[in-house]
Design a protein around this ligand. Structure first.
Ligand code: 13P
Length: 250
């Protein structure tokens, strides 16, 4: 019912030349993919990525978006600017932005609204830190991030919104949540969506897992009932690895 979505998050990696080379290598490797294939790339790589991905099913996303339409926000990029580049997706509220750049649930909410206004598809990241997990706060933190970050959105908005569950302790560390743990926590996220939004929203919203997902563990994670996809960091930087994850069901 929910179409799987495998998305790469390149973070602050790749020049334009590297972008072109990687996507050209990737294109033939993912042409028979059954899932949605997305690469979220640095702003400076978007145009190159769009051109290189032409004629393939690879969709291009950005890694952040500002909430204002325009104005005095040095260094920021608006949703209309991304729309002009024909970007399809945008990551919002990644834990690295929460950790290093003062992102809050409130700014996440404003960015999601701006993205939706421009008809972009937001990939909204949620997840607990190691300390929160150890303190038994995982469910509380996730509920707050979901309720505050997605406040005010209606059923039709959730046709566009993708949620990425990324436990912060699993990002770039090589530690993955076990498939069962990830499945249970994503099940909990669905429970919060049903309780705080609507049962139909819980059923239709695509929820990815992210955090050290790779060629080895992708099959097991993707076999889980609640997991609709992956948000891949390190393993999305190499065409061979990323294509194997995209083709997890082959
Ligand atoms: P890694 O796959 O490198 O752990 O990164 C996950 C991530 O943060 C994707 O957004």
């Amino acid at each position: 019912m929910r179409k799987a979505i495998i998305a790469g998050n390149w973070k602050m990696n790749k020049t334009m030349a590297e972008t072109k080379a990687m996507i050209e290598e990737l294109k033939p490797l993912v042409e028979n993919a059954d899932c949605d294939v997305v690469l979220c790339v640095p702003f400076t790589d978007i145009q190159t990525a769009k051109r290189a991905a032409k004629g393939s099913q690879i969709k291009i996303g950005a890694e952040n978006v500002h909430w204002a339409e325009k104005g005095a926000f040095t260094g920021e990029i608006s949703a209309d600017m991304l729309k002009e580049l024909k970007v399809d997706y945008v990551i919002i509220g990644h834990s690295e932005r929460r950790q290093y750049f003062g992102e809050t649930d409130e700014t996440v909410n404003k960015r999601v609204q701006a993205a939706l206004n421009a008809k972009l598809k937001p990939i909204v990241c949620v997840g607990e830190t190691e300390a929160e997990r150890e303190g038994g706060l995982t469910e509380k933190v996730l509920e707050r991030q979901l309720v505050e970050g997605l406040k005010g959105f209606k059923s039709k908005d959730f046709d566009k919104i993708v949620i990425a569950y990324e436990p912060v302790w699993a990002i770039g560390t090589g530690k993955t949540a076990t498939a069962t743990d990830a499945n249970n926590t994503i099940g909990y996220i669905r429970h919060v969506l049903a309780k705080k939004f609507h049962k139909s929203i819980a059923e239709k919203t695509r929820i990815q897992y992210g955090g050290s997902m790779n060629v080895k563990n992708c099959k097991e994670l993707m076999a889980m009932e609640e997991i609709d996809g992956g948000l891949i960091g390190g393993a999305s930087l190499k065409a061979d690895d990323f294509s194997q994850i995209v083709n997890y069901n082959k």
